[in-house]
Design a protein around this ligand. Structure first.
Ligand code: ADP
Ligand code: MG
Length: 483
């Protein structure tokens, strides 16, 4: 049933940066450390401590801004966002309110049907993360881990340009790819390196004004985001259908119930009382700083997509799989530079080599087979010297175990080389045809399907090693010309 309403979504995506130390002090940022071990008095906001901006955070922020074609703010400033919460030891979060590092720009996303769309960005700003509250099941208390307090984040705020959960998923996927291509974050949603607040409203189709939105906070998996969007759209639809109003509020998603519930309405909304952080002077961005990042901002997943899509002759799915991880894309690009055949190499990489590498906990760059070895292996199949099924089942595993061996020699040792010797195949074909004169006669009268029977006989007598293409050609010649 199609709804009379259109869904309108804007995102506030948080990217945790892959820096060694925190945004404003030297504390480590490693994920999974013993709780409350990566904490100094700066993270804890003790009186008299002074924050100092992590240069990497600034560099990464500029890089992401340039990659999304935002306007880099020449004089960027920091503000305090004040609120009280157990996981916020300082009582305020350092963020950027007045002059965020990047203004505008857009992220191109690709939808499941292969079409693409630009999602405009409102801005990108730098900030620090809060600690983590741990609510263990069955416990009547909450534990606080402050290791994450002060970890550097970039917040990417979109315009309300998204129209469905599919588009949200496509946006988050593209953002994940982008930050990985840029080398600024691992983009790992499970570990919370990528999360988003989803602002949702609905409006009658064709309406030019936006409806009242609700904001669902802190979704750290696409499954939850989809559930939260579906629930909110349904809830708002029912409200409007009953002539009621949507209340602008912040809501939280409950994964157990698959529902959102109200956290705070506008009336109760915290007054964050933003003000300039007196401890952090404005940062003047130099042309040199921008130029340095411009080089690093040129590895873009959508350019990778265009490059591979053309090589793979418009195969959307294989292209997506090749470019999804930058490590795979860079490796595949090297194989292409070495002149390997694109489509066959893509299939081999996706279906055989990557699964093998993952199984052995290796990165693509650590693949034991060189481009040359892979080329020779594919050539053996292409030329018909080894049957594809045999190559996949026996030759490839052997080659991966003994990557220094010549593929052809290994195939020979394993008895996998197909017989292509025309004289030998011709003699075998002669033997077979002379043994079945009635079938030869039937073939000549038009029962062309009998070619399969003769092929089978030659195969049997060659112990399956006769190369099919050559055998078929020889048999056809023999059956058609011979009197
Ligand atoms: P605030 O500053 O109060 O958080 P903003 O206007 O900056 O609000 O918007 C925050 C996010 O909400 C942005 O991602 C924006 O695209 C989105 N948004 C704004 N209005 C709507 C709306 N009517 N429907 C859906 N999303 C919206
Ligand atoms: Mg907001």
């Amino acid at each position: 049933m199609s709804s009379p309403y259109e869904t309108v979504i804007g995102l506030e995506a948080h990217v945790q940066l892959a820096t060694q130390s925190k945004a404003f002090c030297g504390d480590a940022t490693a994920f999974g450390a013993e709780p409350n071990t990566q904490l100094s008095i700066v993270s804890l906001g003790y009186p008299g401590t002074l924050p100092r901006l992590n240069k990497k955070q600034l560099a990464y922020a500029i890089r992401l801004g340039l990659a999304t074609k935002g306007q880099i703010t020449k004089r960027t400033t920091f503000d305090r966002k004040n609120y009280v919460y157990a996981d916020l030891p300082k009582g305020y979060q350092i963020t950027q309110d007045r002059a965020p590092i990047s203004i505008g720009g857009h992220l191109p996303i690709r939808l499941p049907d292969g079409s693409s769309k630009h999602i405009r960005l409102h801005h990108i700003h730098m900030e620090e993360d809060a600690g983590k509250s741990i609510h263990s099941a069955g416990k009547n208390y909450t534990q606080i881990d402050l290791n994450r307090a002060g970890v550097p984040l970039l917040e990417v705020v979109t315009e309300p340009d998204l129209r469905s959960a599919d588009e949200v998923a496509a946006f988050m996927r593209e953002l994940r790819r982008l930050v990985r291509y840029l080398g600024i974050s691992d983009g790992n949603m499970q570990e919370g390196s990528l999360r988003c607040d989803v602002n949702i409203s609905i409006r009658p189709h064709g309406s030019k004004t936006y409806g009242t939105r609700t904001e669902v906070k802190n979704l750290n998996s696409m499954r939850y985001a989809r559930q939260a969007i579906a629930f909110e759209v349904q809830r708002q639809t029912e409200l409007l259908d009953e002539g009621e109003l949507v209340v602008q509020e912040t809501r939280q998603f409950d994964p157990q119930r698959g529902q959102t519930f109200s956290l705070r309405t506008k009336e109760e909304a915290h007054d964050y009382r933003y003000f300039p952080d007196p401890d952090l002077p404005p940062v003047q961005i130099t042309k040199k700083q921008i130029d340095e990042q411009r080089n690093r901002a040129s590895q873009l997943p959508w350019l990778a997509y265009a490059h591979i899509y053309e090589l793979l002759e418009n195969d959307h799915k294989d292209t997506e799989n090749i470019i999804d991880e930058p490590e795979v894309y860079f490796w595949f690009s090297q194989l292409m530079d070495a002149g390997l055949p694109p489509k066959h190499t893509a299939k081999l990489v996706l279906n055989k080599l990557l699964p093998w590498l993952r199984e052995h906990d290796l990165q693509p760059a650590q693949c034991p087979l060189s481009a040359e070895q892979i080329g020779k292996y594919l050539q053996l199949i292409e030329s018909g010297k080894v049957a594809a099924a045999q190559a996949n089942a026996k030759l490839l595993p052997a080659l991966l175990e003994q990557p220094e061996h010549k593929p052809e020699k290994l195939a020979d040792e394993l008895g996998l080389m197909q017989l292509q010797d025309d004289d030998f195949l011709f003699r075998l074909a002669q033997v077979v045809t002379s043994e079945f004169p009635d079938k030869v006669a039937a073939y000549k009268k038009g029962k062309k399907g009998l070619i399969g029977f003769f092929m089978g006989e030659v195969m049997k007598r060659s112990q399956g090693k006769a190369e099919p293409k050559a055998t078929r050609a020889i048999l056809q010649k023999l059956l058609e010309n011979d009197a």
